[in-house]
Design a protein around this ligand. Structure first.
Ligand SMILES: *Cc1c(COP(=O)(O)O)cnc(C)c1O
Length: 357
């Protein structure tokens, strides 16, 4: 069998969830959209089921998958419904529902519902993607209250730049949020992972940790709270071929790497078809038999190459960690000019193995 696999440490997931709650002193919806950022939504939800205050997903399809698997905790739909005919299902399965646009508010007003729905009313405090404008916010609240279709409203907003620790924009968003909600008595929710970890002055009743649950830092720089996270995923494979390459000889497609000295090259069963980023350049860290090593040459679909010159003990069959406890996914991401979020979400073909259920 091809040795590429992703080990998922569910105990680390629980550790990170507890850290989110501890740092925020709030209730926490574990964000497990996009199949728990590639970690497997059902397994992650099951691992957190007994302690999580609830879960958050992108759409009703993802929420229904969780209910079908027996997840009985609250589940928030982060973009609410996409079509009004989802509303009866939302009520039937007791999903919580973001309202980010006036058309959704109008659909709720028009709907015939057996039971009231729990709404998270979203303000656009500066991200300018979804959310009601500050000038619409109070009126939307009044209309929801008057509709008789809603049992409780949580007020929420989302940060655009909380991962930039010295950027004042998050504080400006908080000011906009505070002004828009003046006089409304309701629970509030602002914080994503970077805000939970890096903005202790911003708090609320609910937080929405995503990437931190999976143990990856959202920051480009070292940060003390992020250092407490435990990586959940270890992406690993094995060396399937070894060769000696003379100085001056190229390795791989496009000869993007040329050996500067006699080089022992290991071929690893892992490629961009597995989700390893094709744009990771020569020099990207890997870990082989407990030792740091480097990627060389271009990543291909099913294989990539590493430099074994300094690792005489390693060879055919050696275990290679692409990211995990020794190589941080966020470092690989930075080399490939992307973010750990995308690396995790892009994972495919690789079988997941779970530990510490
Ligand atoms: C995805 C998402 C989150 C989680 O963000 P992280 O940066 O992964 O913590 C929180 N809130 C909303 C509205 C989201 O869409």
């Amino acid at each position: 069998m091809r040795p590429a696999r992703a080990l998922i440490d569910l105990e680390a997931l629980r550790h990170n969830y507890r850290l989110a709650r501890e740092l925020s002193s709030a209730r926490a919806l574990a964000v497990i959209k996009a199949d728990a950022y590639g970690h497997g939504a059902v397994r992650c939800a099951q691992a957190l089921h007994d302690e999580a205050d609830g879960f958050a997903v992108a759409c009703i399809e993802e929420a229904l998958e969780l209910r079908a698997a027996g997840i009985g905790r609250p589940i928030l739909l982060l973009e609410g419904f996409f079509e009004a005919d989802e509303l009866p299902l939302i009520v039937q399965h007791d999903f919580w529902c973001v309202v980010h646009s006036l058309w959704q508010l109008e659909a709720i007003e028009r709907a015939r519902l057996d039971r009231p729905v729990r709404v998270w009313l979203k303000l656009d405090s500066g991200m300018h993607r979804v959310g009601l404008a500050p000038a619409q916010f109070q009126d939307a609240w009044q209309r929801l209250q008057a509709s008789g279709k809603v049992d409780q409203i949580v007020l929420m907003s989302h940060f655009a730049r909380a991962d930039e620790l010295d950027c004042p924009y998050s504080n400006e968003q908080v000011v906009v949020f505070e002004k828009a909600r003046q006089g409304l008595s309701a629970e509030i929710s602002l914080c994503n992972s970077p805000a939970i970890l890096g903005w202790p002055q911003v708090r609320g009743d609910w937080v929405r940790p995503g990437i931190m649950l999976y143990g990856a830092t959202p920051f480009a720089v070292q940060q003390p709270q992020a250092a407490r996270l435990r990586p959940v995923m270890t992406l690993e494979s094995k060396i399937i071929a070894v060769r000696e390459v003379a100085a001056g000889e190229p390795v791989g497609y496009g000869a993007s790497f040329v050996a500067q000295r006699p080089t022992r090259v290991g071929v690893v069963a892992m490629g961009y078809a597995d989700g390893y980023p094709r744009h990771a350049p020569s020099g990207t860290p890997v870990f082989i038999d407990g030792q740091p090593a480097q990627l060389i040459g271009r990543v291909s679909m099913d294989m990539l190459t590493v430099d074994l010159t300094g690792l005489p003990q390693s060879g055919l069959g050696s275990r290679v960690e692409l990211w995990g406890n020794n190589v941080r996914a966020s470092d690989v991401a930075q080399r490939a000019e992307t973010i750990a979020y995308e690396l995790f979400c892009n994972l495919r073909r690789v079988e997941r193995h779970y530990s510490a259920v």
